[in-house]
Design a protein around this ligand. Structure first.
Ligand code: GAP
Length: 522
């Protein structure tokens, strides 16, 4: 509930500024640090600080509960990062896990050629959207968007140009015609976004897997890869889990864990990292039923995102034009990051590609005997795959706000969903004497078994409130002199800044209600 007393949101100067603010806030409040910073860092590798590790754990838990605990037919797995190298031959990663890269000869910067074209297409879409918005305002209630999109010459041209560029790119990538990708970039007059230079090299393929070695001696060492996705650990364990868990199709296997990619362009903080964490689920279904489950998981996963309350308008589906080598349908759930709508999660109908390939390369049968059909088959798979770090960035960037209050003062608040907040409550003695710190300590001792709570006694209470607002703590519990008389405290709500006087006994209920999974996930 919002208080009447205050605030309106300060519009950030622009998205770039907002993104910079997110990055510096993440460092200042112990969410994210650059890796090995004292040695000037390692590009696109990050460490999570004391707050970040809690937020990350809570996001992982929120996903795990919704996928594994809430589905009787989904179970978990924790497979190793290192896998037999033939895994990656079978999965197609050795031959096809490539990105097309292009260098700018003047700026010496490296780009993903397909991303340059996609960004160009996105700009055309934005131009079309602008025209549509203008017309909506002009025509009011009588506005027919569909008719406008198909008849307004400017919008028709923008959308045609966009579709032509994406279709040609998809065709050229499919045919591995990298010369045509370069030609397309030149024809579209795409320039280096930082310098404006159009002096491009040829386009080349670049395999994204990190190699490593197993074994001590140089001659007997075996070449391995750090896994580029967690999914293959699920596929190779399909029969182990199915048999030991007596799973019946349809069923799913979920896992979270690290993945590694030698990304060509890694300039967007934790959006594109070289070491990151995935939360993936493979759902094994009868052949021919995959489209039904694909639609089911698209809807279910979108609802999971919406349950966090980051704003329906910040999500959209993007159906893939170019399908990965293993998919017969694929869509992204895109999120409105500070740098625009970008992929947050992928939902892929992967057919029986992976299991069949592992059958072929291992010589082992990976089939299910379906008692209802009385036949063996290789199941089809629908996959949901989300980057934990990307989800972290979505939550963090959406939650960080500058507010101007009614009295003219301002505050920075990180309005994280309470269920995800690293610290659920800060317990603050009003002063550092008169027995108030001791009472605060007792409250912490009552709460610490169920909630991550912190104690803070430094500075005036107003400053402590602001500090907790910026750190994302949903509740501040203040112990004052009245507490000694009647056993009550004030509970201050981060988002509304309203304060309630409640008994010490009722704090537990307030916290419990605010983070009840049943309320968030149902
Ligand atoms: N198993 C399918 C798979 O890995 P993907 O689209 O390559 O599909 C799935 O990756 C998700 O993993 C993406 O939607 C994204 O959230 C996350 N992801 C991929 N590459 C990433 C990177 N370099 N840094 C951070 N997250 C990444």
């Amino acid at each position: 509930m919002l208080s009447q007393r205050f605030f309106y949101f300060c519009a950030m100067a622009n998205n770039d500024d907002q993104f910079k603010k997110v990055i510096s806030h993440a460092k200042e409040y112990g969410y994210i640090f650059g890796s090995s910073e004292i040695y000037d860092g390692l590009s696109a590798v990050y460490d999570y600080g004391q707050q970040g590790v809690e937020l990350k754990k809570n996001i992982r838990e929120y996903w795990w509960r919704s996928m594994v605990h809430m589905h009787q037919n989904i179970v978990g797995l924790d497979s190793a990062i290192l896998m037999h190298p033939t895994t990656w031959k079978a999965s197609g990663h050795v031959d096809a896990f490539n990105d097309p890269l292009i260098d700018n000869k003047d700026s010496k910067k490296r780009f993903r050629a397909d991303v340059l074209i996609e960004d160009y297409a996105e700009k055309l879409q934005q131009k079309a959207d602008k025209e549509i918005e203008k017309a909506r305002k002009r025509f009011g209630d009588s506005f027919d968007e569909q008719q406008f999109i198909t008849t307004n010459p400017r919008v028709v041209r923008y959308l045609e140009q966009k579709n032509e560029a994406l279709t040609r790119m998809a065709r050229s990538l499919e045919n591995e015609d990298l010369q045509d990708i370069k030609k397309l970039i030149e024809e579209l007059e795409i320039a280096d976004p930082d310098t404006g230079s159009r002096n491009w090299t040829e386009v080349r393929q670049f395999n994204l897997m990190f190699g490593t070695k197993l074994g001590a001696s140089a001659d007997s060492a075996m070449d391995l890869y750090l896994r580029p996705e967690t999914a293959q650990g699920i596929f190779v364990n399909f029969l182990n889990v199915q048999k030991s868990g007596r799973m019946k199709i349809p069923f799913g296997i979920a896992q979270t864990g690290k993945a590694f990619r030698n990304e060509i362009v890694a300039r967007q903080f934790i959006f594109r990292m070289r070491e990151f964490e995935q939360m993936e689920m493979q759902f094994f279904v009868r052949p021919g039923e995959e489209m039904k489950w694909y639609e089911y998981w698209k809807e279910t996963r979108l609802n999971w995102h919406l349950s966090l309350g980051l704003g329906e308008e910040n999500y959209r589906f993007h159906d893939h034009e170019k399908l990965a080598h293993y998919a017969n349908a694929a869509a992204d759930i895109e999120f409105n990051f500070p740098f625009g709508f970008k992929e947050l999660e992928g939902i892929h109908s992967r057919t029986d590609f992976d299991l069949k390939a592992h059958e072929k390369y291992s010589g082992k049968k990976l089939q299910f005997f379906d008692p209802e059909l009385n036949e063996n088959y290789v199941p089809y798979v629908v996959e949901t795959s989300i980057g934990l770090d990307r989800m972290f960035l979505a939550v963090l960037s959406n939650s960080l706000k500058d507010e101007t209050l009614e009295d003219g003062s301002s505050r920075t608040v990180l309005s994280l969903p309470a269920i995800l907040a690293p610290v659920k409550a800060a317990v603050l003695p009003l002063v550092k004497k008169d027995g108030l710190p001791e009472i605060a300590g007792e409250i912490i001792d009552r709460l610490k078994f169920d909630y991550n709570v912190v104690y803070d006694e430094k500075d005036a209470v107003g400053r402590r409130y602001r500090r907790q607002d910026a750190a994302g703590t949903p509740y501040c519990i203040t112990v004052d002199h009245q507490t000694k008389e009647d056993g009550t405290v004030t509970v201050r709500h981060r988002d509304s800044m309203e304060q309630d006087r409640v008994s010490i006994e009722s704090i537990d209920k307030i916290l419990r209600n605010s983070i009840a999974y049943g309320d968030w996930l149902s």
